[in-house]
Ligand binder design. Structure first.
Ligand code: TYD
Length: 202
């Protein structure tokens, strides 16, 4: 069975990771590599509906229910889309994945970290990214980039985002082989170069 690679991009909202994932995708396509670009929440199909609830539902949503919605999207995404693409030999680039649930619901919403890890494991069937890049940006910069038009998640406030950022750094500290942190305060081109260097190491 041919095997591709699985690379995830993580970081607080407004860290520039979505720009960077597109740049890496273009770079790899330019090198004639087969890629598949995707994101969470909002995998094609069911995930699109789940994303709508997660970002725009106006009623009350408990942190546990919120976690299960992210996890449901992930379970479907991994099983139906990510695993088949890896098996076809593609490099799958995913904008957010398991570490988002750990950072946002675990550290941010302060749910039990070990339980979130366990639930992530069920959702992915044990699939782990070959590389995860965390784009680190200070919370003030993030707040300025996100601006006034905040979605449901972005409205959580500064304390929440401080915990999310610290959570990501903790995740990277615990898994230094898989998770690499890039300072996202630099310019787009220099950050792109750092991303390419990390991918070349795979
Ligand atoms: P999105 O618009 O995709 O944000 P971004 O462009 O910052 O990636 O919104 C996803 C939001 O959902 C974002 O605030 C992070 C949050 N999120 C979680 O809280 N837990 C998760 O497991 C995932 C995948 C995302």
């Amino acid at each position: 069975m041919k095997k591709g690679l699985f690379i995830t991009f993580e970081g607080a909202d407004g860290s520039g990771k979505t720009t960077q994932i597109s740049l890496l995708n273009e770079y790899l396509i330019g090198k004639k590599v087969k890629t598949f670009l995707t994101r969470e929440p909002g995998s094609p199909g069911l995930g699109t509906r789940i994303r709508e609830i997660l970002l725009h539902y106006e009623g009350e949503l408990s942190s546990t229910a919120e976690s299960f919605l992210f996890l449901a999207d992930r379970a479907q995404h991994v099983d139906r889309i990510i695993k088949p693409a890896i098996e076809e030999g593609k490099i799958v680039l995913c904008d957010r994945h398991t570490d988002s649930t750990l950072a946002y619901q675990g550290y941010g919403r302060q749910l039990d970290i070990e339980r979130i890890k366990y639930l992530n494991d069920i959702a992915t069937g044990g699939l782990k990214p070959d590389l995860t890049i965390v784009f680190d940006v200070d919370v003030e910069t993030f707040m300025a980039r996100v601006g006034r038009n905040k979605d449901r998640m972005e409205s959580a406030g500064i304390e929440f985002y401080n915990r999310v950022r610290a959570g990501y750094l903790e995740i990277a500290k615990n898994e230094p082989e898989r998770v690499r942190v890039i300072d996202a305060s630099g310019n787009v081109e220099s950050i792109h170069k750092k991303v390419v260097e990390l991918v070349k190491l795979l």
